[in-house]
Design a protein around this ligand. Structure first.
Ligand code: NAD
Ligand code: DAU
Length: 339
């Protein structure tokens, strides 16, 4: 099997590359990544010399490059992780989100149609369902929950999902879509809540919690997301959507306090700052279809996963300190300066 993993130099994509090389040693894994601010080639260092792995630097919106790559490689599976992924950045500058997340998906699907693939898998998000109220803990997102987006990021991901479903119905492209809840784990870019809080706490810097910190996210250890996508690729049904989540709902404040406790840092580092515009209140995934139809089970509980993640950030300071020493300081100032 020849598998194209787009966005494989980012957080989940790199974990998926490692997962696939380990679990399917006979497969060829080609990673295509534009190496935007979120892509990091050093993450893929351990597999660069692996004969089953090839890295290609390129943009999913570049039709000529994609066409050549598909002609050359004759892919069986496409797994599209490549995206602009940060909600706050989409509020600052939506344009690139529409280009990469929607048009990039179209370019990949056009090539998939032209050259033929066994499966085009779109990595989507629970954010396409909008949010749930805090006072209705009985409500969860199912695959039938209507699309109802809040941010330019989630609107771009939902647009891509609709386009993927249209290519299935109109052109019979063999597709699947997965919608996962918030991931955490190694190689998570330190603009996102958990790695931002870990890296800042380790440097004894203030921890910016939006609003009152009451918003709820449903956290899943990244390897559990990878095993679900692996199963969908091999056992999923063409045209289907699969929700992925492990019932690990936490308020942001709970998450931040857990990190501080694990690191032995004081809660006085917490600073409540201006809320995110349009901030979704609660995400909660009902993953029963994926469990029932594919036999998927998440294996890492939050208490264990957060300890493993903190240990990874302690053991790999170079990885995130390199990021913090680049353009990141300007980013932080722009995003948080007047909060
Ligand atoms: P990330 O920002 O860490 O990584 C994105 C990767 O895509 C980077 O390596 C970047 O260089 C690459 N990329 C960006 N634009 C590109 C382009 N035009 N061409 C080629 N490569 C490009 O993101 P992530 O958190 O790993 O998310 C990966 C995917 O999973 C995204 O599609 C996201 O919507 C989805 N998702 C993320 C989460 C989460 O909690 N992080 C949850 C559910 C779904
Ligand atoms: O649910 C899946 C989504 O999870 C993915 O589709 C996105 O790509 C991914 O970035 C993530 O989106 P969120 O907006 O939920 O993640 P983020 O880490 O940015 O924020 C998590 C929560 O923490 C959210 O309620 C906002 C809050 N937050 C975030 C940051 C960065 C803070 O309170 N302070 C912060 O500094």
């Amino acid at each position: 099997m020849n598998v194209l993993v787009t966005g494989g130099a980012g957080f989940i994509g790199s974990n998926f590359v490692f997962h696939m090389l380990k679990e399917h040693p006979t497969y060829r894994i080609v990673c295509l990544d534009a190496l935007t601010y979120a892509g990091n080639l050093s993450t893929l260092e351990p597999v660069m010399e692996n004969p089953s792995f090839r890295f290609v630097k390129g943009d999913i919106t570049d039709r000529d490059l994609i066409d050549k790559l598909f002609e050359e490689e004759k892919f069986d599976f496409i797994v599209n992780f490549a995206a602009e992924s940060h909600v706050d950045r989409s509020i600052e500058d939506p344009g690139i989100f529409l280009k990469t997340n929607i048009l990039g998906t179209q370019v990949l699907m056009d090539a998939s149609r032209k050259y033929g693939v066994k499966r085009f898998h779109q990595v989507s998000t629970d954010e396409v369902y909008g949010d749930l109220p805090l006072d209705r803990p009985d409500l969860f997102f199912t695959e039938e929950t209507p699309i109802h987006t809040s941010s330019p990021y989630s609107a771009s991901k939902a647009s891509a999902d609709l386009l993927v479903q249209a290519y299935h119905r109109t052109f019979k492209l063999p597709i699947t879509i997965s919608r996962c809840s918030n991931n955490y784990g190694p190689y998570h870019f330190p603009e996102k809540l958990i790695p931002l809080m870990i890296s800042r706490a380790l440097n004894d810097e203030s921890l910016p919690v939006y609003g009152k910190g009451e918003n709820v996210r449903d956290w899943l250890y990244v390897e559990d997301h990878c095993t679900a996508i692996d199963l969908i690729l091999h056992k999923g049904k063409d045209g289907e959507v699969y929700n992925i989540g492990g019932h690990n709902e936490k308020t942001n404040l709970e998450v931040v306090k857990t990190i501080l406790k694990e690191l032995g840092k004081p809660e006085s580092l917490i600073t409540f700052v201006k809320d995110r515009a349009g901030h979704d209140m609660r995400y909660a995934i009902d993953p029963s279809k994926t469990r029932r139809d594919l036999g998927w089970e998440p294996t890492t509980l939050f208490d264990e996963g957060i300890k493993m993640t903190i240990k990874w950030y302690l053991d790999n300071r170079d990885w995130w300190e390199n990021i913090l020493s680049g353009d990141y300081a300007d980013y932080y100032e722009t995003m948080y300066g007047d909060r």
